[in-house]
Design a protein around this ligand. Structure first.
Ligand code: FES
Length: 185
């Protein structure tokens, strides 16, 4: 049976069909698996999840099931990885995903205020995406920059430190300008 034909059960036990991936994507999965011994191919799960997200923008339950079959590991184990790390999107997100650290050290230095300010400014609930699809706002875990609080991460890559309301305003203006100019972040 080919990888694109596999049917099985998702973590809720419902029958679903695995996502279909092009041959070049399957080749990328295979290259990641080849980095590990034959009996440890599940070690490639994070890399494969990242490839799925790069291709589709998020990881769906059927994608998790596909990888569970592909990597010979329980679907729940794949789900545990995808839900542990903020960088994996389990549903479609906006053009810019903003994660504001709200762990305790940042909470003590206006981390929560920065999150609430962004929620108000963008008119979006925490965890949601703006109506225009530009911004998704989420709380984040410690980013290893506690001394720079408030800190936030844009699209899992760009760390922004000391985010006062003025700096948040500048950042949002800059991101909106990027969108207008069609420049990729
Ligand atoms: S607690 Fe926020 S960066 Fe460490």
């Amino acid at each position: 049976m080919s990888a694109t034909q596999m049917n099985s059960s998702n973590v809720q036990g419902q029958a679903i069909t695995a996502s279909e991936f092009a041959q070049d994507v399957l080749a990328r999965f295979a290259r990641e698996v080849d980095k590990y011994p034959n009996d440890q191919k599940q070690s490639a799960v994070m890399a494969c999840l990242s490839i799925v997200q790069e291709i589709k923008g998020f990881v769906s339950p059927s994608d998790e099931l596909f990888l569970a079959n592909y990597l010979d590991m329980p679907a729940m184990a794949v789900h545990e990885v995808s839900t542990f790390y903020n960088m994996y999107n389990l549903q479609p997100v906006g053009r810019f995903k903003i994660n504001v650290c709200t762990n305790l050290p940042c909470q003590l230095r206006a981390g929560q205020s920065a999150l609430e300010y962004l929620s108000q400014k963008l008119d979006v609930a925490v965890g949601g995406t703006t109506k225009d699809g530009m911004f998704t706002l989420q709380p984040g875990e410690c980013m290893g920059a506690c001394a720079d609080a408030p800190v936030l991460l844009v699209n899992d890559r760009t760390m922004c430190s000391f985010m006062s309301t003025e700096k948040v305003d500048q950042m949002i203006d800059s991101l909106r300008a990027l969108k207008v100019d069609g420049v990729q972040s």
